[in-house]
Write a protein that binds this ligand. Sequence first.
Ligand code: EPU
Length: 420
Amino acid sequence: MEKFVISGGASLKGTVRISGAKNAAVAILPAVMLADSPCIIENIPNISDVKSILFAMEKLGANIKNIDKSTVEINPKNVNSFLVTKEMAEGMRASSYFLGALLGRMNKARVAPPGGCDFGVRPIDQHIKGFEALGAKITLENGLVEANAKELNGASIYLDVVSVGATINIMLAAVKAKGLTVIENAAREPHIVDLANFLNTMGANIMGAGTNIIKIRGVETLNGTTYSIIPDQIEAGTYMAAAVATKGDVLIDNVTPKHLESIIAKLRECGAEITEYDEAVRVVCNNRPKKCNVKTMPHPGFPTDMQPQIATILSLADGESVVTEGVWDNRFRYIEQLILMGANVLVDGKRAIINGVEALKPALVKAVDLRAGAAMLIAGLATVGETEVVEIERIDRGYEDVVEKFTSLGADIKRVISPD
Ligand code: EPU
């Protein structure tokens, strides 16, 4: 087991380069299996969730060649298995995308239910509703989700909840279906637009991605292509939050500022000075953060995946803030860990009432999930003394070179082997 040991208290200063978006990569990589010829995918983040997807694709028959740290060439020609076992799906939420991608490729899929972060119930009923509307039969056999279709035909699908995963999965299954599919109340996240752009580059006909109505006119074949994944909005937001919490001055490079609008708006309310450039943002914070209220919502609202990071800033703010979770049932499990560091937070259902303290104190804390883990790093970096963060494999799921990146900003953070 490994842990992070952080000797915090220094203001972060310098430039950090953001990697490719995890949540775009985990959709685009399975989508490669819809092509007839090889694809080259660039700007892939080197994180364990991506490694799990590539491992599963190799088992399905894809030929994968690493060109460099962030580029792979994938030849899907020999993908002939449609079985994603529990071992292959372990630990990643995005295994469900194999359902859509394999259905789209060969009209059948058998996939172990997804793992990933524990935020209470994580249903896939909207994915199933979409597949069924396209003509697939879905059953649960021996703990595996089975999807079978004679053929897939376009349909109109209204999502009862705005779901990133269901929107992506339906796009994957519908892109080669016969006729027109319309997804209403679709999710609008940047990674949905990125997937649509990728599929369109391969020859798909998808319109409206980024709005809440997506129209997909099925095509017979998709060709291989070269495509570069968008920068990671949440990794960028995490370094921005770390700059604010440590009263730092950080240039966050290789980002799309448009994707960061809600994060920029809220960090400005917290007192940060933020300058936007074409592909970078500079975050400067000289004073104690200010209180503010935050409600998470689907894009373009404030992202739920930034909720723990901003709550950590607010635990140090002057005054009382209320953070309301508007996406997941239970995303406050990390609050217990923040309280171990001296934060003053009361959780009341989907709201956390945070009374800022002047300083947190170092402690031994757990990364209870990926973004919660990022929040613990921010808390440790902002706190004088030695904080230890354990169960960090959850952080490695989504943050490339996290030690190297924080170290380059002047942080004292080490990855060490923990005997227990
Ligand atoms: N939901 C349903 N039925 C469904 C699907 C979702 O009721 O069939 C509900 C969920 O329970 C939740 C809401 O809809 O309350 C939104 O879930 P969504 O499907 O949008 O989430 P997801 O696709 O499972 C992705 C990201 C998460 C991120 C959410 C929301 C990936 C691989 N994961 O999950 O990212 O929190 O969208 O933006 O894209 C992370 O990166 O740390 C992470 C957890």
